[in-house]
Design a protein around this ligand. Structure first.
Ligand SMILES: [Zn+2]
Length: 85
């Protein structure tokens, strides 16, 4: 079963019962972090080399080649699953 993470404040905004609001406020917070989305961008002056658009981390090369464009930045974890510019 998939787990959904919702906004505590959005849930409280939908409640009109003080008891429900207190119970929602007492639910422990989940250990999640917001998704950061980014795009690979060309490294200036180095055609064919790529940087993370969020943290500017160089995509690592092995023997002068990348191992494909990863879906996530190996440095900051940004989600790169959208097309690069
Ligand atoms: Zn990054």
């Amino acid at each position: 079963m998939a787990t959904d993470f919702i906004s505590r404040e959005a849930a409280i905004d939908m409640c009109d019962d003080d008891g429900d609001i207190i119970r929602i406020r007492n639910i422990p917070a989940a250990d999640v972090r917001p998704v950061v989305r980014g795009k690979w961008k060309h490294k200036p002056g180095h055609d064919g080399e790529w940087l993370c658009g969020v943290c500017n981390h160089d995509l690592e090369f092995i023997d002068g080649r990348t191992m494909g464009m990863p879906n996530f930045c190996p440095n900051c974890g940004a989600d790169m699953r959208e097309k690069a510019e």
